[in-house]
Design a protein around this ligand. Structure first.
Ligand SMILES: NC(=O)C1=CN([C@@H]2O[C@H](COP(=O)(O)OP(=O)(O)OC[C@H]3O[C@@H](n4cnc5c(N)ncnc54)[C@H](O)[C@@H]3O)[C@@H](O)[C@H]2O)[C@@H](O)CC1
Ligand SMILES: [K+]
Length: 502
């Protein structure tokens, strides 16, 4: 897992460690790590042009000391101060190493020329101390760096990205590489901030023993553990998932959710709905065992044994849909509620009072209705809202979006690293609910089922778009060689995604 800690906890750990170390030692560790990454990125360090963008805090200090180290090894280093007060000792070290410092608040042309001509730019404008939109001249410098042809290395956090949340309120540095110290910050893992980071390199500055449990974690491939069929697995032990979706009018969501479950490793998929949806699912997925049901409180009685339920996609939000959602949530089995089921829940939050696990999979609009918040506010502060929703609704909440987040009370929030804009197409959410339902039925706890499902779903989309597993080491700006995909393509690529993590 990649771990991230809230900014306040990073500062507390830094204070505790600093108290045991000689003054300035921690900043030297950070600067050494930063300089080492920069040296690796340059084909030749000797004679390379390196520009430092230096803000008024310790982030600027790190950049200055790293610049001094590079200057001592022969780089031509120029510092561009963004503030009249920049780190004194760091400035001294850079000068002593032969680095050049532009005048304070240099005319834009001079700074622009230096940035445009640099082989490598170190962004030391703001780190974890940055708040709100970048002010001038920081904003202009961030823009110049983002447009420059040289390699941009962000120190700790790309300036303009809120380290705690990933929020970006104005111009921000678009980095090729972000060198972060001690632990990841949540804003490096969550969009929009994550999209500004490029490759994130973690430098160990010895904070480990002083850090508490992480607040946010992102899976690596080895952390994704779908239930694996053992030698004596029969269809019941591998998990039977029951899906109640679609109706007389809407059938596409039903077919897609059933497909996600069929290819999601369920031992058996039981599908129940109105006759038309049942007919179409039966045609498309002969593997599924189907039952025609009526929207009555005893609707589940004819369906047979299941180990987890999925309810909601294409169900409709009227009284009939509500009856079915109520029946499913009345069981003592794990339940995933999606789509129309969530709209029902927004007016029937009483249905969430149950002891078995409940997993909700809203997008921002659905979450807005569920917790009475504003959709834009949710998009701007996804981490805070998904946490709040999990606490208020006493459920595991998977918030879909550019970075899918999964929250459960008192557990680190799971960030999905495999998302792709290609998934922003109709029906992919239905596939996800079937897939995650299959993982729930296979025995994964709700948080793991949701996080693993999101991971496999994103990976399947990438594989479908690329026509195969993604090639490692593609250069930024290279043609992606990807095609648009449909929700159905995601289902078809699920086996390849499973193969990649098993
Ligand atoms: N505390 C520590 O022990 C260590 C800190 N380190 C570095 O120190 C950084 C934190 O340093 P600071 O707490 O001094 O904070 P920063 O240097 O991140 O930011 C504070 C400075 O940025 C300015 N600023 C804030 N928001 C701004 C905005 N929107 N527009 C323009 N200017 C803005 C402030 O006026 C202040 O000058 C970390 O990110 C890391 O790079 C590392 O050296 C490792 C050790
Ligand atoms: K920075």
């Amino acid at each position: 897992m990649r771990y991230a800690h809230e900014v306040g906890k990073v500062r507390a750990a830094e204070r505790a460690l600093m108290a045991r170390l000689p003054e300035g030692a921690l900043m030297q560790r950070a600067a050494a790590g930063l300089a080492a990454v920069c040296a690796r990125l340059l084909p030749a360090l000797y004679g390379a042009d390196v520009v430092l963008l230096v803000g008024g805090g310790d982030n600027g200090g790190d950049a200055l000391y790293a610049g001094a180290r590079l200057a001592r090894r022969g780089a031509r280093v120029t510092a561009v101060p963004a503030s009249p007060r920049i780190h004194r000792a760091g400035l001294g070290a850079l000068r002593a190493a032969g680095g050049r410092v532009l005048g304070q608040a240099p005319p834009e042309e001079e700074a622009a020329g230096a940035v445009a001509g640099a082989d490598l730019i170190i962004d030391g404008l703001t780190g974890i101390g940055g708040t709100g939109a970048l002010r001038e001249p920081h904003a202009t410098l961030a823009r110049l760096a983002s447009e420059a042809p040289g390699t941009v290395v962000a120190c700790d956090v790309p300036s303009g990205v809120d380290a705690g949340s990933g929020r970006v309120d104005g111009p921000a540095v678009r980095a090729d590489v972000t060198v972060t110290f001690g632990t990841h910050k949540p804003g490096l893992l969550i969009d929009p901030g994550a999209a500004y980071c490029g490759v994130v390199e973690l430098v160990d500055i010895g904070l480990g023993p002083d850090l508490p449990d992480p607040d946010v974690v992102a899976a690596r491939p080895e952390d994704v553990r779908p239930p694996e069929p053992g030698p004596e697995s029969d269809k019941y032990r591998r998990g039977v998932v029951g899906i109640i979706a679609g109706g007389e009018r809407f059938t596409g969501a039903a077919v897609l959710a059933a497909g996600g479950a069929v290819h999601g490793g369920a031992g058996m998929v039981r599908f129940a709905s109105a006759p038309h949806a049942v007919e179409l699912v039966r045609q498309r997925w002969p593997e599924a065992v189907t039952t025609v049901i009526e929207p009555k409180p005893d609707a589940l009685e004819r369906i047979g044994r299941v180990q987890a339920w999925v309810v909601g996609p294409g169900l409709g939000t009227d009284r009939d849909g509500e009856t079915l959602v109520e029946a499913v949530l009345g069981t003592d089995l794990p339940v995933l509620v999606d789509a129309d089921g969530l709209t029902v829940l927004a007016r029937r939050r009483d249905l969430l009072r149950r002891t078995a696990p409940t997993l909700l999979t809203p997008h921002a609009g659905e979450l807005a209705r569920l917790i009475g918040a504003d959709r834009d506010a949710i998009e701007a502060a996804r981490l805070d809202h998904v946490r709040r929703a999990a606490a208020e609704l006493s459920a595991t909440v998977l918030l879909k979006g550019s970075t899918t987040l999964v929250a459960e009370e008192d557990r680190p929030v799971r960030v999905n690293p495999t998302g792709t804009p290609r998934l922003a197409t109709a029906g992919t959410g239905d596939v996800l609910s079937g897939l995650v339902g299959a993982l729930l039925a296979g025995g994964l706890p709700a948080l793991d089922a949701a996080a693993s499902g999101a991971y496999l779903h994103g990976l399947a989309a990438r594989i479908a778009a690329a026509g195969g597993p993604p090639a490692p080491g593609r250069e930024p700006g290279e043609r992606s060689g990807e095609a648009p995909i449909s929700a159905y393509d995601v289902i078809t690529a699920l086996p390849a995604a499973f193969r990649a993590v098993w």
